[in-house]
Design a protein around this ligand. Structure first.
Ligand code: RM4
Ligand code: MN
Ligand code: MN
Length: 426
């Protein structure tokens, strides 16, 4: 299914007057406060977030999986779904592939399809957390950290294969997330597991093309419940530093213990030029993979405040690979992704409103109250007309979620693909 531009233009007609009024009112207010509204709108329009190829079907829980029907059953259809998202939101201009779930069968055809929909290939993700069909070795007790050399070699080779696949598609980064760890005290020697992981990562790093990055993702627990080899940003940073300049830490919002100060983590990583990628989601307890901004929108805003500061003040840190990393158990995955994209843009827009000079002055004066007023003043602004404007300028929908429903996308997908299709993924 492809959404025609005229359909969006038609749909937008109904709301345009209301939008113009709201935008003019807000733009006027923000300009009087000293903001460059056009610059903010164009930053929002430029901000693109990759959609992971595994987020387009229903996510599984430990207990069951409930389909949404019309799920994409191959990579072509997944790219088409991202095309739908992108045409409505104008924010989803990239895909992040998980190998081996999404190995292209025809590279040129896939590239052409993505190109026609204005979708780029972002970081490729390796998978050594599941055993693959016909593999000679098992990852039951770890992959890059395994005590068996044969298992480590198989996992290293898989990552090198993933780089080759990504290279053919124009990707420029490999994301490594390991499930490696232990479930019981005494099961693993921490030092051996860490050293094996470092050595394995170095072998993968050697196979990285010059203009590529390696992104090392961390997670404190799950699927292992006593220890995870790359458990936090410190472990990730040590491993990245042990590999070299092209290796970076990747922060996934859900991969922290409750109440971790994630904004401080991203801030210091940027200062050190070592923040490479970012996975968006939200959570109440752990790696809950909920819709971005659905539980802790203020925390997301504070994180964006640091990201904006870093993007403006830390030229030593490269451009980040942005990706949504969520899984959908009770929502239509496409509707959920639209809500996530909107929440990301909203937090970004609010962070762009922060008067950085005034904040710095208040910090130097130790005017704690003013610091809070500045942050919360930005946070309390309803920035949605700015998001609408950014989308409109690129040909997107005033309200992507309403347009998705008005255009009856899910039913068209069901008609096209049938009810019982199942997407590869979790
Ligand atoms: C992990 C992690 C990785 C993702 C897998 C599917 O928890 O977040 O980024 O590739 O899930
Ligand atoms: Mn992740
Ligand atoms: Mn995760």
């Amino acid at each position: 299914m492809k959404i025609q531009k005229e359909h969006i233009v038609n749909y937008n007609k109904k709301g345009i007057e209301n939008h113009n009024q709201n935008f003019d009112f807000l733009a006027n207010k923000l300009t009087n406060q000293g903001n460059d509204v056009n610059a903010i709108v164009s930053k929002l329009a430029d901000f693109q977030v990759a959609i992971p190829s595994w987020a387009l079907g229903a996510g599984g829980t430990r207990f069951g999986r409930f389909s949404f029907f019309g799920e994409p059953s191959n990579l072509e259809q997944k790219i088409e779904d991202i095309g739908v998202l992108h045409s409505l939101t104008q924010t989803a201009g990239a895909v992040s592939l998980h190998i081996p779930w999404d190995i292209p069968s025809d590279y040129n055809a896939i590239k052409e399809k993505a190109n026609a929909l204005d979708i780029k290939f972002d970081a490729v993700n390796s998978n050594t957390f599941q055993d693959q069909k016909d593999a000679s070795e098992s990852y039951k007790y770890g992959s890059l950290s395994n005590t068996s050399k044969a298992v480590r070699e198989q996992a290293i080779q898989h990552n090198l294969d993933v780089i080759k696949i990504g290279d053919k598609l124009g990707s420029k980064a490999l994301t490594v997330w390991l499930a490696d760890g232990s479930c019981f005290p005494g099961q693993n020697n921490f030092q051996t597991a860490f050293q094996n992981t470092q050595d394995s990562l170095i072998d993968i790093y050697k196979g990285l093309p010059n203009d590529w990055k390696m992104l090392v993702e961390y997670k404190p627990y799950e699927p292992n419940f006593y220890s995870t080899v790359i458990q936090d940003w410190g472990a990730s940073l040590m491993l990245a530093n042990g590999c070299g300049d092209k290796a970076y830490t990747l922060v996934d919002l859900g991969h922290h213990l409750p109440n971790s100060n994630i904004e401080q983590i991203v801030s210091i990583l940027q200062l050190k030029g070592k923040l490479g990628g970012f996975h968006f989601n939200d959570s109440k307890y752990g790696d809950d993979d909920l819709t971005v901004g659905s539980i802790k929108p203020y925390a997301l805003f504070l994180i964006f405040n640091e990201l904006v500061y870093g993007m403006q003040n830390n030229p030593q840190n490269p451009d980040l690979a942005w990706m949504i990393d969520a899984s959908h158990n009770v929502k239509d995955p496409l509707e959920d992704l639209i809500q996530s994209l909107e929440a990301i843009q909203e937090a970004y827009a609010k962070a762009l409103l922060i008067d950085q000079a005034a904040l710095k002055a208040a910090q130097i004066d130790n005017d704690v109250v003013k610091c809070q007023e500045i942050l919360q003043g930005a946070y309390r602004t309803d920035v949605r007309p700015l998001l609408e404007k950014a989308r409109l300028e690129r040909g997107g929908a005033l309200s992507p979620i309403q347009a998705y429903r008005a255009l009856d996308v899910r039913n068209s997908l069901i008609k096209e693909r049938g009810k019982n299709t199942v997407a590869t993924g979790l």
